[in-house]
Structure formats: structure tokens, C-alpha cells
Design a protein around this ligand. Structure first.
Ligand SMILES: Cc1cc2nc3c(=O)[nH]c(=O)nc-3n(C[C@H](O)[C@H](O)[C@H](O)COP(=O)(O)OP(=O)(O)OC[C@H]3O[C@@H](n4cnc5c(N)ncnc54)[C@H](O)[C@@H]3O)c2cc1C
Length: 400
């Protein structure tokens, strides 16, 4: 029996759209029929409309997004390069002791990465030529999956009652992935006692194309530079305080933010609505089952303090596209066999686990007020800041 699709991707968020674009743009995979199931596909964001969700996109991710044909769709005014990064402990100073500085000038690159609005990036991926020409969009949600291992075909039932079949289902439906549950894949997860409050602000002192992060005992506060001079805020803090920050009058919020940023940016004016996102650490115990594979937040969720989440997801997309291209060339009849999916799993699970562990460790080291740890943090940041080699290695790791 011939399935309706060779590859059916559940979820067309940033990661689902990226994997669809990569598969569609891959020459060796040109014979495969690709579908994306997404109930809320993006529409073109109107000019001047600013999404409060932004992501720091690494150089490695940019190369992946270019391959998918999405990066080229973004115009220069939609890209905010950051050329420096300053991280400091609450007990230190951004320009003095207890801080670490990273600069693109030491890397030979023009910048360390770009801040991009999520909605614009998602739209750019949907606008890529290969996506538009080769990907079929099914506007619905996944309701059920039924695996037929003997036939090597999976049937997906959608929220509108349609039933579609595929050789391979890719679960890209985010951290609360329903496809992952339906495939019977368990996760190990820890809910942080923190939510991230996000918004945009205007600051009296310019951001100088620098990504700033101050580690407070309750969680990190980041100011990410936007092209129009505003800064995007990601303020991780206890759930109750996060609720208060979202609900409090504008002037109180601006004052609280000025205090939390130690006055480094001068007066602060709120420039967008506020929203909060509860944070968690989550890792799927397996990335694949026969006829099924996970990518992005459906496989792993990480604290935003290092701006790694979607970058890890894009790396999953690249690894999966490369593995499937090799599989189709090596075994045209068995390209979706478990051994190929397991190869992808071994590749990505190890890298993601390492990133999740390091980011979680940094969060635990900094999000507390223990005086002994405070001393070691400050001393550690000073030592690191003086080591050009260590900083180059850290930049290279963060760039993917
Ligand atoms: C405050 C904050 C700041 C962040 N900053 C950064 C950063 O700077 N850099 C970075 O790399 N990462 C960052 N991240 C992480 C990043 O946002 C996520 O890793 C990324 O959005 C995950 O993308 P995804 O496509 O895997 O999942 P999602 O974005 O969750 O997308 C899932 C998609 O699946 C669809 N879907 C869900 N259920 C179904 C279903 N049943 N059927 C069909 N479709 C379904 C949804 O509609 C959605 O479109 C941040 C996260 C937070 C919370």
C-alpha cells in the first residue's frame, strides 16, 4: 500500500517549518512527498508589528536556515546582530569585577549572532521556495496515531476527521508534544520554580548591539538588542513575582526593571505588552520509535538563559535531513527503517544532553544567594574573562 505522504511533520512551529524546508530543499530527497500538520500556520506579519517572542540565532543555525531557504527571506531591518555579550553576577559590575565579556572582534566574525522575532522567522521559513513548492500544509491538529509496524505505515487522524498515512512521522509539536505521548515515548522533566517574563523596552542608554545578562538570585535578566533601538527582555524569576510583574502598573514595572538591571541602562520605558512563560527542563527518553522520530522542543526543553533551545532544535533538523538523505541513497526501500532513525538519535541525543546539563548547571550555580557560591562565581567569571582561549572556546560552542 502506498502511503499518502512519505514524511508527515506534526507541528509547523520554528522547528517543524525548518525540518520541512530542509527536507524539501534536499536534492537526494526530491522524490519524497512531505506534509506538515499545523492548526495555526503563520500569516505575513504586518510591517512595524513586533513579536514579543524573539530568539538569539547562532551562526550554525543561520547556515541551517539558509539551507532551508528561510534566512534569505529576512530583510536586514528584521535582523538584529549582536556584536558583544556581557554577563555579570548580581554582586558584580558589568564593566568590572564579576563579569565576563565576549566580543565578535576576537572571532574574526562581524557578529556573535542575530536576534530575530519568532513570528518573522517562522513566516520566512514558510515563504522559502522549496517549502512553498514541495510541502503540503494540512491545517489541523493531530488527534490520534496508529502504527502498523508490519506494513511500515502510520495513520494519523486529524482534528477535522481526516485520516492520512505516512512512512515516517516527525514529531515537532513542542514541549507538550501529543505525538510523543501517542508514540508512547516517556520524558524526564523538572519544572523550574521560575517563569520568564518577556516584553520589549526602550532604554535611556543605547544597547550598543550588545546582549546583556545579569544573574540575580531569583533568575537571570537578559536585555537583547533589537534593530530599532529597543531591547527585548527575558526576565526569569519566581512564578509569583512573575505574575506580579505582568500585572503591575507600567511605571512600577519600569521601576522594578531599572532596579533589577542595576540602573545600567538608565531610565526604562515599556514598549510592548508583557507575557510570562513557565520554564522547565525536559528530555525525551527516546527520540524514535518505528516510523516515528522527534525534533526540537518535542524532544528537549531547556532554560532560556543561554539562548540554546531553538538552536538545538535546528541542529536536530539538519541531522535528521542529513541522515535521511544518506538513508535514501544507501537503502531506497528501507530509508525509514529504525536503524537510520537510531543513527539520528545517537547523534543528537548526546549533544542535546550535554547542552541541557551545562545550561541547567549554570542556572543552579547562579540562581541562588549562597555567599560561598557568590564568591566562587565572581572569581570564576574574573578568571574566565581573562582567558582569551576559554572565551574563544565558549563562543565557538555557543555558535554551534
Ligand atoms: C522566554 C523564552 C525565550 C527563549 N529564547 C530563546 C533564544 O533566544 N534562543 C533559542 O535558541 N531558544 C529560545 N527559546 C526556546 C525556543 O523558543 C524554543 O526552543 C522553540 O520555540 C521550540 O520550537 P518548536 O518548533 O520545537 O516548538 P513550538 O514553538 O512549541 O512549536 C510547536 C508547534 O506545534 C504545533 N502543535 C502543537 N500541538 C499540535 C498538534 N497536536 N497537532 C499539530 N500541531 C501541533 C503548535 O501550534 C506549534 O506551531 C526561548 C524560550 C522561551 C520560553
Amino acid at each position: 500500500m502506498k502511503p499518502d505522504y512519505d514524511i508527515l511533520i506534526i507541528g509547523g512551529g520554528l522547528v517543524g517549518a525548518c525540518v520541512a524546508g530542509l527536507l524539501a530543499a534536499s536534492r537526494p530527497l526530491v522524490s519524497l512527498k512531505i506534509g506538515v500538520v499545523e492548526a495555526n500556520p503563520p500569516s505575513q506579519p504586518p510591517p512595524g508589528d513586533l513579536d514579543i517572542r524573539v530568539s538569539a540565532i547562532s551562526h550554525a543555525s543561520q547556515a541551517i536556515l539558509r539551507k532551508a531557504g528561510g534566512w534569505q527571506q529576512l530583510t536586514p531591518d528584521q535582523l538584529s546582530p549582536y556584536v558583544d555579550m556581557v554577563v555579570w553576577d548580581a554582586s558584580g559590575q558589568p564593566e568590572g569585577k564579576g563579569s565576563i565579556h565576549f566580543s565578535a572582534a576576537t572571532t574574526g566574525e562581524p557578529d556573535l549572532g542575530h536576534i530575530v522575532e519568532n513570528r518573522r522567522l517562522q513566516w520566512a521559513l514558510y515563504s522559502a521556495p522549496a517549502f512553498r513548492e514541495r510541502v503540503v500544509l494540512l491545517r489541523a491538529s493531530l488527534a490520534a496515531l496508529s502504527f502498523d509496524e508490519g506494513q511500515g505505515i502510520t495513520a494519523a487522524t486529524l482534528s477535522d476527521g481526516r485520516r492520512v498515512t505516512a512512512r515516517l512521522i516527525v514529531g515537532a509539536d513542542g514541549a507538550a508534544s501529543q505525538s510523543r505521548s501517542l508514540a508512547g515515548i516517556d520524558v524526564s522533566a523538572k519544572r523550574y520554580d521560575q517563569s520568564a517574563v518577556v516584553t520589549h523596552v526602550r532604554t535611556e542608554r543605547p544597547h550598543r548591539q550588545t546582549a546583556w545578562q545579569r544573574f540575580l538570585p531569583a533568575g537571570p535578566l537578559a536585555f537583547l538588542p533589537l534593530a530599532d533601538g529597543r531591547s527585548s527582555i527575558v526576565w526569569s524569576t519566581g512564578h509569583t513575582y512573575a505574575d506580579q510583574l505582568v500585572a503591575m502598573p507600567t511605571e512600577d514595572f519600569e521601576r522594578a526593571l531599572q532596579v533589577a538591571s542595576d540602573g545600567v541602562f538608565g531610565a526604562i520605558k515599556l514598549a510592548a505588552p508583557r507575557a510570562r512563560f513557565p520554564l522547565q527542563l525536559m528530555h525525551a527518553r527516546e527520540y524514535c520509535r518505528p516510523g516515528f522520530v522527534l525534533v526540537g522542543d518535542a524532544a528537549h526543553a531547556v532554560h532560556p538563559l543561554a539562548g540554546q533551545g531553538v538552536n538545538l532544535g535546528f541542529a536536530d533538523c539538519a541531522a535528521l535531513a542529513e541522515t535521511l538523505a544518506e538513508a535514501l541513497q544507501a537503502s531506497p526501500a528501507g530509508w525509514a527503517d529504525r536503524r537510520w532513525l537510531r543513527r539520528y538519535e545517537r547523534w543528537r541525543k548526546r549533544d542535546n544532553l550535554l547542552a541541557l546539563t551545562v545550561v541547567d548547571g549554570i542556572g543552579r550555580l547562579f540562581s541562588n544567594d549562597d555567599p560561598r557560591l557568590r564568591f566562587f562565581r565572581k572569581a570564576g567569571l574574573d578568571v574566565l574573562d581573562r582567558s582569551a582561549l576559554a572565551k574563544r572556546l565558549l563562543i565557538s560552542e555557543a555558535s554551534g
